[in-house]
Design a protein around this ligand. Structure first.
Ligand code: TYM
Length: 335
């Protein structure tokens, strides 16, 4: 008998154009893992409602995230690629898990505290229980590996807690899901171009490289990255903003190119203009084929609808099977 594949699950919110952080933190691993695992990858449209209550752009954004995933190499025939809201039972599991999640721990979540700071006028209960819904997304498929970037580490830790609490209270149903990067390497954080924080969909657009950026825009953004006049002592530790530029090079540039600039830095003869020009061209070479694929997939609404339907069917099959066990374990079965 064929050995059952281990299960992988992850998601991305449809709150804007996808960027290099989404690619290297998450999608790159989706593409690798689809070959080997049973994979569920979704557009987290319900999660986006916690911060984006205006749904005028929702359909366009959902289609874009699907097209962007496919353009990066995700194959909807291999992985289930679906929308969170098409799996109704996720909301049911979310409700049960909410009884196992405590207000105090939810209030301590870093992402919650950030959102409260950014938008004090919209501190809704959905935002507070965001990690509970994320747990439901993951464990409804009994997933073991969750390919995500570093910023999701705490959510995964909470998912393990909630899954464990469920198992203790009602019986062993769930695995403990773990945040995953290829080869068990450290989780990725792609830095922003302005040297502060990480690339993100919502922060300053000029410091984030989007997978849809035109070549000239990529060049413009990279050339604007902060530098200084260079080190004056050999082997000086790099300031954060310079370290970030080298970090971005690690993602797209050839090892010998990086080694040359590292040596120049350590010998105090680095020319940051040349460094950024090199990085800009390597980024253009990396991003432009993806952008072109996105642009060719996006107009095909019929295909995107088929992808969503096929994904929903696979995801619902898996969710249905888990939820039967869950209801029984809780005792919600009277005849
Ligand atoms: P979201 O939409 O913010 O980001 C999607 C994925 O991209 C990763 N990422 C990054 N990785 C490295 N460097 C960066 N600068 C960077 N920016 C974003 C994120 O870590 C993530 O993997 N809560 C999730 C969505 C979600 C989910 C789930 C994820 C909902 N349910 C279940 C996993 C499993 C989120 O907001 O991702």
């Amino acid at each position: 008998m064929e050995k059952k594949k281990e299960i992988v699950m992850s998601g991305i919110r449809p709150t804007g154009f996808l960027h290099l952080g989404n690619y290297f933190g998450a999608i790159r691993n989706y593409v690798k893992m689809q070959e080997q695992f049973e994979c569920y990858f979704m557009v987290a449209d319900l999660h986006s409602l916690t911060t984006h209550p205006d749904t005028k752009e929702l359909k366009t954004n959902v289609e874009r995230v699907l097209a962007e995933n496919i353009a990066c190499g995700l194959n909807p025939e291999k992985a289930a690629l679906y929308c969170q809201s098409h799996v109704y039972e996720t909301s049911e599991l979310y409700l049960y898990l909410n009884m196992l999640a405590y207000k105090g721990e939810l209030e301590k979540t870093v992402t919650f505290k950030d959102k409260v700071r950014q938008h004090p006028e919209n501190v809704n209960a959905g935002l507070l229980t965001y990690p509970v819904l994320q747990t439901a997304d993951i464990i409804i498929h009994k997933a073991k590996y969750v390919p995500v970037g570093k910023d999701q580490e705490q959510h995964l830790e909470m998912a393990r807690n909630f899954a464990n609490r469920f198992n203790h209270r009602y019986g062993e149903i769930f695995h403990e899901p773990v945040a995953y990067n290829d080869n068990n390497a450290a989780l990725v954080k792609v830095p922003s171009l302005d040297g502060a924080g990480k690339m993100s969909k919502s922060e300053n657009g000029m410091s984030t490289l989007f997978l849809s950026d035109e070549d000239e825009m990529i060049r413009k953004k990279v050339m604007k990255a902060k530098t200084d006049s260079g080190p004056t002592q050999p082997n000086t530790p790099k300031p954060d903003y310079i370290d970030n530029i080298f970090g971005l090079m690690q993602l797209v540039s050839a090892p010998e190119v990086i080694a040359k600039f590292e040596a120049d830095y350590n010998n105090c003869n680095i020319r940051y203009g040349d460094l950024k020009k090199q990085l800009a061209e390597d980024m253009v070479n990396f991003i432009s084929p993806i952008r072109e694929k996105i642009n060719s997939i996006l107009p095909d609404k019929k295909y995107l609808k088929e992808v969503m339907e096929m994904g929903a069917e696979k995801a619902n099959k898996s969710a249905n099977a888990t939820m039967k066990l869950v209801r029984e374990a809780i005792g919600l079965k009277y005849y």
